[in-house]
Design a binder for this molecule. Structure first.
Ligand code: THU
Length: 134
């Protein structure tokens, strides 16, 4: 699975975004260590705060299928665009960090593809070690 293929799957998922309030379509494609892909799109709600982001619907789809080891995620806004990367919100960074801070995050950018690690996107993340009482 190439980065470009993962981006294409995220773009297809964005077509299914349910976003009547923002009209802002987001798609995500999450790659497991075993090579499977789980996609997500944003799902909005009339009670705005209940909206779920594309990245988190992808995580939910993967986890319910029994996957917890992720190597990469592609995140896009709508169809192939040359806009700035569609940066994931803070909540989604934290939810992804639960599984692998070293996963590759893949975006479209004016220069073409852009990749970063989740660790770069979310330094000093909160994690389970903090929950352990000394
Ligand atoms: N959204 C995502 O799906 N992922 C993000 O990381 C940021 C924002 C969605 C939520 C909402 O449906 C729309 O984009 C506008 O905020």
């Amino acid at each position: 699975m190439t980065h470009e293929e993962l981006l294409a799957l995220a773009e297809r998922a964005a077509e299914h975004a349910y976003c009547p309030y923002s009209d802002f379509r987001v798609g995500a494609a999450l790659l497991t260590l075993s090579g499977e892909v789980f996609c997500g799109c944003n799902v909005e709600n009339a009670s705005y705060g209940l909206t779920i982001c594309a990245e988190r619907t992808a995580v939910g789809a993967a986890v319910v299928a029994g996957h917890r080891q992720f190597s990469a995620i592609a995140i896009v806004q709508g169809a192939a665009s040359s806009l700035e990367p569609c940066w994931p919100c803070g909540a989604c960074r934290q939810v992804l960090a639960e599984f692998n801070l070293d996963m590759t995050v893949i975006f479209r950018a004016p220069e073409g593809l852009r990749t970063m690690t989740l660790r770069e996107l979310l330094p000093h993340s909160f994690d389970v070690t903090r929950l352990q009482v000394p």
